[in-house]
Write a protein that binds this ligand. Structure first.
Ligand code: FES
Length: 109
């Protein structure tokens, strides 16, 4: 498992990106005190999603947005609800939160 951050490092409606070995990248989003994690890989062209460091959400902070062509994704499911990859999903990553509030990446497969 790889330590990512503390759950308390993220406020609600805030996102954070992480580089993993082998040029893999993942990101977390906190919404309603729940943390969601996805591979940082747009299903449209495979690029990283953020428009600047740790900025994965749209201007309303309610949807994940790809900076390249503006595809919008549900924070809760990763489903693309608007844009060129509508109907496709971000790939979820498996997370573990321990009793000390630490968030670990279990698997990004
Ligand atoms: S590369 Fe993400 S919407 Fe086109």
């Amino acid at each position: 498992m790889k330590f990512l951050c503390l759950a308390s490092d993220l406020d609600n409606n805030q996102s954070k990106g992480f580089e993993i070995e082998n040029s893999e990248a993942v990101f977390l989003v906190k919404k309603s005190d729940q943390i969601y994690g996805y591979q940082n890989h747009c299903p449209h062209l495979g690029v990283n999603l953020e428009w600047k460091e740790d900025q994965f959400l749209d201007s309303t902070d309610t949807l994940i947005q790809c900076a390249m062509h503006g595809a919008l994704f549900s924070v809760e499911s990763g489903l693309c609800v608007s844009g060129p990859c509508r109907g496709q999903n971000l790939k979820t990553i498996e997370l573990h939160q321990d009793s000390d509030d630490k968030i670990f990446l279990v698997s990004n497969d």
